[in-house]
Design a protein around this ligand. Structure first.
Ligand SMILES: [Zn+2]
Length: 304
């Protein structure tokens, strides 16, 4: 009897020990998996992907909602992208009133209770949409704010700071890594800003015409005047077009800018009338710093 009872006790103790070892093993496996897994980050537009990747480095896996070539004013997410949002840890929104976010943000976020939403526009002063007073149409909505905040490198620095804060909140152990990355990229944005200032120094004709008014913050930062062709997101009317042709002549404009996301037809009409040419510039390219250097080259050339 006694021997039996002792054997039972020993066996029970061994069994408990085995269970404890198994639990410890499973827990350590799960922790290891979490530690090696990247932080899933969703962004709305391609330039934000560069911002997040520069700060997050190897620790982030970025998904862009509005793909290259699509317009954030009209794009709708695919079921696959919805799934990505459901699995992600952070959504980095532009936050300045981009239509995609106004229409979809609530529905996207509703799928994921734990997702951290970072507002890139926090700390950025919004400006009014350019061209708001150009037309005399009675129905123009005054006070519409310009959502294209990322087009000024100084705004980009603030966006990068907001992204860094978000990553530190999710992954505080790597704070030093994210902050060092932020500082390095922020430095290259400051250099870009200086190079644009230098590049446009002494340019006397500082007015440019572009189909889609995505360059308002760029124009404001570098004391340029942007004349948009598009009227409230639509093709200009015949009288609007005639007015634009007059303006182009008045400002001695020789290059009309168009964007890859939009139909260049009305830009071509104006260019034909003034004997100028159409050049494409992009506000949504993923290689942000490189793209702004290209933009500087195109603008500098056109306004000389
Ligand atoms: Zn736009």
């Amino acid at each position: 009897m006694r021997v039996n009872r002792l054997a039972t006790r020993v066996l029970t103790a061994l069994a408990l020990l085995l269970i404890a070892v198994l639990i410890a093993f499973v827990v350590s496996c799960v922790q290891e998996e979490e530690a090696s897994g990247k932080i899933g980050v969703i962004v709305t537009i391609p330039p934000q992907a560069e911002f997040v990747e520069k700060v997050g480095g190897e620790n982030v896996d970025v998904t862009v909602m509005v793909p290259p070539g699509a317009s954030p004013h009209t794009y709708e997410p695919t079921p696959n992208q919805m799934t990505n949002v459901a699995r992600a840890e952070m959504y980095v929104k532009v936050g300045s009133g981009v239509e995609f976010e106004l229409v979809w943000m609530d529905r996207l976020i509703a799928q994921n209770d734990d997702i951290l939403v970072v507002d890139c526009s926090k700390g950025i002063q919004l400006i009014e949409m350019a061209g708001a007073h150009e037309y005399e149409g009675e129905d123009y909505e005054h006070g519409t704010m310009d959502p294209h905040i990322w087009m000024s490198p100084l705004n980009a620095r603030i966006m990068v700071q907001n992204i860094c804060d978000g990553l530190v909140q999710i992954d505080p152990d790597n704070r030093a890594y994210y902050e060092a990355n932020r500082d390095a990229y922020s430095q290259s944005l400051a250099q870009l800003d200086q190079d644009i200032r230098d590049g446009l120094y002494g340019v006397t004709n500082r007015t440019f015409m572009v189909y889609h008014p995505a360059f308002g913050y760029f124009a404001e930062a570098y004391e340029l005047t942007m004349l948009p062709i598009e009227e409230e997101g639509k093709e200009p009317t015949a009288s609007g077009l005639a007015h634009l042709i007059d303006q182009a002549k008045e400002h001695n404009i020789k290059v009309i800018f168009a964007s890859p996301q939009f139909n260049p037809q009305s830009a071509e009409v104006i260019a034909d009338e003034i004997g100028g040419s159409v050049v494409f510039i992009d506000s949504l390219a993923g290689d942000y710093v490189e793209n702004l250097r290209t933009l500087l080259g195109e603008l500098g050339e056109a306004m000389r």
